[in-house]
Ligand binder design. Sequence first.
Ligand SMILES: *[C@@H]1O[C@H](CO)[C@@H](O)[C@H](O)[C@H]1NC(C)=O
Ligand SMILES: *[C@@H]1O[C@H](CO)[C@@H](O)[C@H](O)[C@H]1NC(C)=O
Ligand SMILES: *[C@@H]1O[C@H](CO)[C@@H](O)[C@H](O)[C@H]1NC(C)=O
Length: 609
Amino acid sequence: MSKLLQLVILFIYFISIIVAAGGCWSSGYGGCNDGGCSSFGGYCVNYGAPPNNKCRYAAKHIDDDDDSFSVATDEKCHVVRLDGYHLKSSDLVRLGTGDYRIELPEETWTTIRKSREIVDKIIDEKKVVYGVNTGFGSFASTIISNEKLADLQTRLIVSHCAGVGEPLTIERARMMFALRINILAKGYSGISEETLRKIIAAFNKSCIPEIPSQGTVGASGDLAPLSHLAAGLMGVGRMWSPKTGWGNASDVLEQNELGLIEYKAKEGLTMINGTQFITALGAEAVERAMSIARQADVIAALSTEALRGTVRHLHPKLHASRPHLGQNLVAERLRSLLISEVHPSEISKSHANCGRVQDAYSIRCVPQVHGISWDTIRFVKKIITTEMNSATDNPLVFIDSNEVVSGGNFHGEYPAKSLDYLAIGVHEIGSLSECRMERLVNHGMSGLPAFLTLEGGLNSGFMIAHCTAAALVSENKVLCHPSSVDSISTSAGQEDHVSMGGWSARKALKVLDNVEILLAIELLMACQAIDLLHPLTSTPPLQAIHDLVRQSISTWDKDRFMSHDIEKATRIIKSGIVWKTVQPHIQNYLDRHHKIDLARPAECEHKLM
Ligand SMILES: *[C@@H]1O[C@H](CO)[C@@H](O)[C@H](O)[C@H]1NC(C)=O
Ligand SMILES: *[C@@H]1O[C@H](CO)[C@@H](O)[C@H](O)[C@H]1NC(C)=O
Ligand SMILES: *[C@@H]1O[C@H](CO)[C@@H](O)[C@H](O)[C@H]1NC(C)=O
């Protein structure tokens, strides 16, 4: 469905809600915490079932992940089919695990063969084409004779192996490797079938070159990191495989019964001119960011309960009056988790008549703040997905018109800028989380025991866990300085503008690490607060989250070694189980309240969530 059509349907949907809602929201939805309006339902049930297309839109609305690319993964056979057009970030993360091998469709091989024929013809006819029979970068006007073309590739790659710093993890290096294969599969690079088959064979045996993480300016492509990848396959540098562990690349290849690759004319440049370092890390970043954003809504709901906040600010009319997609999506998620006819809450009922009209922004404005974070993540996911399926080397070979064209697709400004935005968007989720933590530990704001501990003074409770949160948020504020606003001229002024996207990607991941921990600490605090409100209980979905945490982390009844609890809670966040736990409850709410038909194939659901 086109975006425009979606917007129109969304608009009609909201109008129908507003019309249908006439009664209860305006009159009954008044009191603190909406005591009378266990009534989210009263009228909601009267929504009736909207026509089918609207249902489907609404079903998408609760998660609203863009799924416009077809599925490349064969789960059963553990194979991902790469054709250069259909790879999704979730596929790439899967490829990073080492559990999947790569296959190219037959049509793709045909294109690859044709594309190489054009390169071979240029060499035979001794035409001069950049990158095929010239020097590189500002040596572009130096012509290289045919006998020296293979030597040229070797020299190109080893000289460009200038990376420094911590190596990428095996998973991330593997993602970058797979992504490079996807780009080559587009058939614009002029790589030979023979070389590409050898490259895929190495991937299939999980032979992963060591790739240093620093030293790309992200403009002539990620030259240094991609050169380390290319060099490993030549048998130069260090390499890892499951069979051998870390070792000298030529030994590792040999023990895996693989030959050393000798790059033919143009193939060296084909391997290294592109944005796959930035984009591979970016794919991991968008997947984790989505998981963070969904779970942040759940944890914010839990804190709202713990702080005995109202739910008035979640009124659908209020959000429909500002129809940003993310905001409305988050508000809908929060409505489906907090008190309603479907989901009663003893905690909520206990303060129904407290007289508080509105809460602080870190509770009241969750839809408005998390909303733009969600919209930002979706925007970035789109850019990264397009980039993952783009030909980013140079020059490109077009078989239909029999042309070799030189241009600038290797420039990383797209992924660089978008990952700077991603960091800023996800940081805000952590920042808001910290605001709620301050409220949770501050007796004056929470009405709960100071620092969420009994016997305060003898126990310090969550005092320093909050300091940790403050430190991480502060760190993120510095990491959010966009790296793509910088540029330093390289290659004697030929490459005078660069993206600095490698650093955008690395620091976006660091921001995500910190936000995962922040949410973990808030989760611990909120569960502790719920325990302190015992015997009152929360709504079934939020109670399920509390119980999930208590399976591995006990109530804080006496001071103990805090960082163990934080580590365990961080593992819970990273696993995504907080979201999975509430999903059936959300679905139940939607089914009952909006009478929404969530009929989406189960496998598809699994992909989206
Ligand atoms: C990648 O392509 C661009 C554009 O031709 C070029 O300036 C750059 O030097 C290339 N990379 C290498 C290693 O030559
Ligand atoms: C890689 O593994 C897949 C799945 O087993 C297989 O179909 C493909 O032919 C392999 N490719 C190479 C080049 O070994
Ligand atoms: C890697 O192994 C090859 C073959 O055994 C050997 O010639 C080479 O010196 C080794 N390189 C390093 C860096 O150990």
